[in-house]
Design a binder for this molecule. Sequence first.
Ligand code: ZN
Length: 215
Amino acid sequence: MFRIAFLGPPGAGKGTQAALLAPVLGVPIVMPGALYRRAIALGTPLGKQVASVVESGAMVPNAITNAVIAQRLAEPDCASGFILDGFPREREQLDVLEQIKTPLTHAVLLVIDEQEIYRRLSDRLVCVCGLQFSRREMPVEPGNEAMCTACDGTLTRRKDDDPERIARRIVHYHEQTEPVIAACRAQGVLAEVNGQQPAAAVQHDIRHALGISEH
Ligand SMILES: [Zn+2]
C-alpha cells in the first residue's frame, strides 16, 4: 500500500514525478488544484467559493482544502493508495490525513535550490490537459503560440508563476511546509531525493527510495 505525498518547493517537479509514478503503482494522483478547477468548472457551491479566493490570488483556506481532500480520499479508487501533489502544505493538513485514517506511508521530498526554483517557474508553460513544458525547450515561431504536444492545446503561463507570487509561495513553503517535512522525518516516512537532476533520474531515485524494482 502506497499513500504517498510529494513535498518540495514550487517548481521542484512534484507534478511531473507524480505523473510518472502513478501508472507504475496503479493509484490516482490527488491534487487540490485539480479538485478546485473541477469544482469551479462544475459551478458547485464550493466551486463558487473557491473561484473568488483563487481570483484574488490568496491561498484557499485550510477548512476548504481539508474538506475537499477528505472527500476525494474517501472515493473508492483511493482505497488501495494514492499520490498527493500539493497537499499537505501545512502541519494542520498533515494531521488531517491521520484523522481520516489515511496516514502517509511515504513522503518524498524533492530537493532543489532557490535559484533553480525561479529559473524553472519563470520558464514554465502549462496546458489545460495538465502537461507542463519548458519555454526554452519549446521553440516557437514569432507570432505563433506554443502548442501542447499531446493535445494541441495552447500553452500558457500559470497565473501564480509571476515573480511576486513565486516569492510569496516560497515564503509560505519555508514557514508552513517545512514543519510538515520535519514531522514526516520524525515519523520515519520521509525520503529525500535530489530534484535537480533530469526527470528520468529523479524518477529512478524515487522508485529506489520506495523500494520499487525497475527490473
Ligand atoms: Zn495538452
